[in-house]
Ligand binder design. Structure first.
Ligand code: AMP
Length: 489
């Protein structure tokens, strides 16, 4: 018995027999369907030259068939490289050139994005061909260190880097999480996340597969559909925006959550206000955890102990975490553990830059750790604003503004300034309860903050730009407001 993730999963999958694996609008798949489908897809891929270690570049819509394709890659030891469905031709060409895949899989209507590819197949065609295969092909014997997937980081600075995740990285993380979050065979997972990202692909799907749970599979996020399926579910994973949208829906309440035992949130900070409001309305405390593409899950609030709003909990049992470059109690979180990736694909220098001399991965997340080891994320190192030579952490100012009456949320950025280097600038979304204005916010923050931290300008907008994972796109804001102080960087 080898050590690939699939090899670990297969006995569990066999034991689950005819239990439903994926329940979706387009049909159900049973646990007993998994290996047969994965084997047949493996045969099709082998037929076009894919072998162990080949990259398979995949840009497809969320579907049960896409999950089977992922499992087929795991089964044969091909490296699964999923792409955000929003990427256009130029971006696809970059990923193709970097990953050098032996096969690209896309949708029929997006084939023109892949003109650069030697071998490209629409997922429907691949599926049709798979039906005609015998399924008589061995599971590849893998080593735990073999790469299972390459996930490209969102690339907010420079070009995206491909994070190489080994079979052991993925297996160790799901093993810990299934225990930490107390998964049981009776759990039913409501799956609403995209499957090109660590959150939906690894955290959600792996936990369900490991404990052989039924997955209610939604293609895209629709609060009404979520509310309709919550009574049949016990666990949901989402990004903060998903929870905010539920709270805005009048049909959401305790009744629909009767069967729910766990709402998990991550990928972006959950506002304290959302945490409390959600508890008030549903009776359940959202469990916030923190992780990233390069390391899967890193910290989590406890299942049984206190779930504290505004914190991301404790390092997971096998994660060694510490703060580097501590200043005023804040430092960059550095981690070591079996979940930490093997480096960036074909970028050894970039990889080296992200590790300390003693082998800790530098997450880039500025954090606080209390005496018990509980972590709070207070910002991204690259978001740090330097104004008149002084460091300003946007999160501190955002929290203050968010607490003001009439404010829904805010984003604070540094914008090129002729006198200060960078000028602190706040973009604020009102909640409509009371009127807010630039003057009111500046006056209020002046009373509570050292003057160098007070925003020089405030912009009131309807909403903040966000990516699919709910992260505020500060790059887009920095670009939009680049010239407000008269000079671009
Ligand atoms: P990604 O690699 O796309 O998953 O993005 C990882 C980044 O998302 C982390 O480095 C954090 O900056 C951020 N992140 C993830 N979870 C949380 C959380 N619970 N609170 C705050 N930031 C988070």
């Amino acid at each position: 018995m080898g050590k690939g993730l699939y090899q670990h999963l297969i006995c569990r999958i066999h034991d689950a027999g005819d239990k439903v694996f994926i329940a979706s609008e387009v049909g159900d798949y049973l646990y007993s369907d998994i290996d047969e489908n994965a084997a047949k897809i493996q045969q099709v891929m082998m037929g076009v030259g894919v072998s162990k270690g080949s990259r398979v570049l995949v840009q497809v819509n969320k579907s049960p068939e896409a999950v089977m394709l992922y499992l087929a890659c795991l089964r044969m030891g091909a490296i699964f490289v999923p792409l955000n469905t929003g990427y256009k031709q130029d971006e696809v060409e970059y990923f193709y050139g970097n990953a050098e895949p032996d096969l690209c899989v896309c949708e029929q209507e997006t084939k023109d994005r892949f003109t650069c590819a030697k071998t490209v197949m629409a997922i429907d065609d691949l599926w049709q061909m798979a039906r005609q295969q015998s399924g008589d092909v061995e599971i590849t014997d893998l080593d735990g260190d073999d790469i299972a997937a390459i996930l490209y980081t969102s690339g907010t600075t420079g070009r995206s880097k491909g994070a190489m995740l080994s079979n052991d990285n993925l297996r160790s993380n799901v093993e810990v999480l299934s225990e930490y979050w107390q998964w049981s065979e009776d759990d039913v997972l409501l799956h609403i996340l995209p499957i090109f990202h660590v959150h939906g692909l690894f955290v959600a799907l792996h936990c369900a597969l490991w404990t052989t749970n039924t997955v209610i599979f939604h293609n895209g996020y629709n609060p009404d559909n979520v509310i309709a399926d919550l009574p049949k579910s016990t666990v949901m994973m989402g990004v903060p925006t998903h929870y905010v949208r539920l709270l805005e829906n009048e049909k959401f309440g305790r009744d629909v959550c009767k069967n729910m035992r766990l709402f998990l949130s991550g990928s972006a900070p959950l506002l304290t206000e959302t945490f409390h409001e959600f508890e008030k309305v549903s009776g359940i405390k959202i469990l916030e955890r923190y992780g990233m593409t390069e390391a899967g899950m890193i910290t989590s609030n406890p299942y049984d102990g206190d779930r504290v709003a505004g914190t991301v909990g404790f390092p997971l049992p096998d994660v060694d975490a510490r703060l580097g470059n501590i200043k005023d109690g804040k430092g960059v979180l550095e981690i070591k553990g079996p979940n930490v990736f093997k480096g960036y694909w074909r970028m050894p220098e970039k990889t080296a830059e992200e590790f300390t001399d003693d082998g800790y991965f530098i997450t880039g997340d500025i954090s606080i750790m209390d005496d018990e080891g509980r972590v709070s994320i207070v910002g991204r190192a690259k978001d740090l604003i330097i104004t008149g030579g002084l460091n300003v952490y946007p999160k501190e100012i955002e929290s203050l503004i968010d607490d003001m009456d009439g404010v829904k949320e805010s984003a604070v950025i540094g914008v090129s300034h002729p006198d200060f280097g960078e000028g602190v600038t706040a973009i604020v979304v009102p909640d409509g309860s009371v009127e807010i204005s630039e003057d009111i916010i500046i006056n209020d923050t002046s009373e509570k903050l050292a003057s160098f931290k007070v925003p020089k300008r405030i912009y009131i907008v309807d909403e903040l730009p966000r990516n699919t994972m709910g992260k505020v796109q500060k790059n887009a804001l920095r670009e939009e407001y680049a010239k407000i102080y008269g000079k671009e960087k």
